[in-house]
Structures are given as structure tokens and as C-alpha cells.
Design a protein around this ligand. Sequence first.
Ligand code: NAD
Ligand code: DAU
Length: 340
Amino acid sequence: MKTIFVTGGAGFIGSAFVRLVLEENADVEIINFDALTYAGNLENLIGLDDARHKFVKGDICVKEEVFAALPENTEAIFNFAAESHVDRSIASASEFVLTNVLGTQVLLDAARAKNVRRFVQISTDEVHGSLPEDDNAFFSETSPIQPNSPYAASKAAAEHFVRAAFETFGVDTITTRCGNNYGPRQFPEKLIPLMISNAMNDEPLPVYGDGRNVRDWIFVEDHARAIWLAYEKGRAGESYNIGARNERQNIEVVKSILDVLGKPHSLIKFVSDRLGHDRRYAIDAAKVETELGWEAQTTWESGLRKTIEWYRANQDWVSRIRNGAYRDYYKNHYGMEIGA
Ligand code: NAD
Ligand code: DAU
């Protein structure tokens, strides 16, 4: 049995990763270490009472908690734990510095102290900043690191500490940088689940600015599979940009959601733009495709349908979130109320 240590495994992508790894690897056991912040949800782990999955509540910023939970000679750490929402980082950045930067360094120290074989840092394409609206410009592994939001700055800083651990101490590191994920169990503060849950409740769909910002969307299971391949086949010290070659303007995404749900476009409400709103993200995935033999398996159309179906079938999951602290966040951020 190989033991892997997954941080942030009760969140959106981490829980999809845990699910996939347990399903596809009978010889792997997982310690799932998560602080259960507003974004962490034990409901995301329902059905995983596999003997190979152990959940530990803990904070990556607290050395004692990490060291107590991490066994000697662990095969790999996968660091998903983070503050992940750009709008929240604009409202208040300190938590992002704490978790995303200090937390990553605590894990790197623990990896050295406990002789962990490989450290996989889950980063983001946002560390590269923004692209012009030009079809020939893409983010590759050699694109400059020039983050624009406090969230992206904290993820870029974390990447630098990962690199430093590799260069200075020879920690075996891999960094992955993916674009925008969508799929089941994504917290409704993010564009796609926010629009799905508002539309299901016939509430306004708040689109920032002119709605023509572009994101490169990937189904969450395709991302999880790419991370696993990067861990298995990636070269130490390297970074891997992950994307499904699926650029869409936000307004197109929102209209597609309304169409699948059979709701009117009149629900769309243009609202003030996000400060420093990056215009376009687009990933050149050549390195993961050629070096790791990865390619996305889910088309945009089928992934979006699966996602909408999941939210339709799991309205209790959505309601519990919309009835909690999210309600206050929403009112404060959008100046509008949401229903249950
Ligand atoms: P999420 O917000 O859904 O989940 C984050 C998880 O981390 C939660 O379970 C939370 O409880 C946990 N966590 C937060 N602070 C912690 C701490 N101090 N100690 C332990 N656990 C803590 O995030 P997500 O969308 O699943 O993103 C996961 C990772 O992937 C993040 O590192 C994010 O930067 C990165 N990423 C996300 C996307 C995307 O589109 N969502 C794209 C590329 C990369
Ligand atoms: O690119 C990867 C990144 O994608 C991840 O690293 C982040 O963790 C993840 O949150 C995501 O960042 P974005 O800022 O791109 O995602 P978000 O869902 O917040 O917004 C997507 C686009 O939709 C963006 O252009 C802003 C716009 N938007 C978002 C919200 C929440 C709206 O128009 N209205 C909204 O209410």
C-alpha cells in the first residue's frame, strides 16, 4: 500500500481527486487533511467510507497538526488546500497569504522532515496574469509569472517557495497549473455553480462588466486525472500547465446554462466589474499532452450537462450552503438577497 497525503480534500477539486484515486488505484490509501473552512464540506466525501480513506481535520498553517498527521516516508503530498476565490481575496487578502503561502511552506518543511518522496503543488493558470484577446496567445510553462489578483499573487508566491525547496533542498516537487474547473460539488460562489443555483431559483444572474472575459474551462475529473499523471510521470522540479482547449466568454457560458435549464435570458443582470478583472485565460496544454500522454476526456457540452444534472439532483446540498454564511457573503458582495 502507498500512503498519500491530500490537503484540501473536502473541497471541490480535492474531493474529486480523492474519489478518482481511490477508484482507480487499489494499492493507494489516502490521508485527507482539511481544515473544513467555509469551502470544505464533509458531504463532499459521502460514499467514501472506503477503508483506504482516512479524514483528519487539521490546518496546513499549524505545524504541529501537520506533523502529527503526516506519517514518515509518505509517498506523496498533494496540496489542494487553499483560499481559492478571487473576489474574497479582493475583499481581504491576509487569509490568502496565510493559507496559500505559509501553509505551503509548512507542508514543504514537513515533506523534508518526514522524507516524503514527492510533493505536488496544485497551482493555477492565474499566476500568469491576463492574456490579450488574441487567439494566438496562450499560457505555457515558460510564460512569465505576473499575477494580478491577491489570490493569484498568493498562489504565485507559493510556487516560488516550492521551487526554492527543489533548488535548495532537493525536495522532489511537481507544480501543476490548471485553468477554470467546473463539475459537481463546486462551492456556489464560483461562476458556473452560482449561475446554476440562481437560475434554478429564478433569481438574477450577476455577470461582471461586459461579460466578454474569457476563461478556459475543464471538467474537474479531467483535471484530477492530469494531476495523478503528473505525479506518476512528471519530472522533478517541473511545472505542468493543464487545460482542455475550451475557451468561452462568460456570457456564452451563462446563456448555455440558462438554455439547458430552460430558463429565460432575461434573468441575466450585468453588474459592476470585478476590480482588476483578468480579461482572458487560455492554456497551451502541449506539455501535458506529449510528456504525460494526457488529454481531456469530457466535452464541454457533456460536462456542462452532467454538472447541471448534479446540481438539480442535489438541491439539498445547495440549499444547506445557501442557508448558511454564504447568504451574508452574497448580500454583502452583490448587494442582493438570495432565496433558500
Ligand atoms: P475549494 O475552495 O473548493 O476547496 C479548498 C479546500 O481547502 C476546502 O476543503 C478547505 O476547507 C480547505 N482548506 C482551506 N484552508 C485550509 C487550511 N488552512 N488547512 C487545511 N485545509 C484548508 O477550492 P478548489 O476549487 O477545490 O481548489 C483546490 C485547489 O486547486 C486550490 O489550491 C486552488 O488554488 C487550485 N485551483 C483551483 C481551480 C478552480 O477552478 N477551482 C483551478 C486551478 C487551480
Ligand atoms: O483559472 C483558474 C482559477 O479559476 C482558479 O485558480 C480559481 O481558484 C477559481 O476561482 C477560478 O478563478 P476565476 O476568477 O476565473 O473564477 P470565477 O468563477 O470567480 O469567475 C469566472 C469568471 O466569471 C470571471 O471572469 C469572473 C466572472 N464572474 C464571476 C462571478 C462569481 C461573473 O461574471 N459573475 C460572478 O458572479
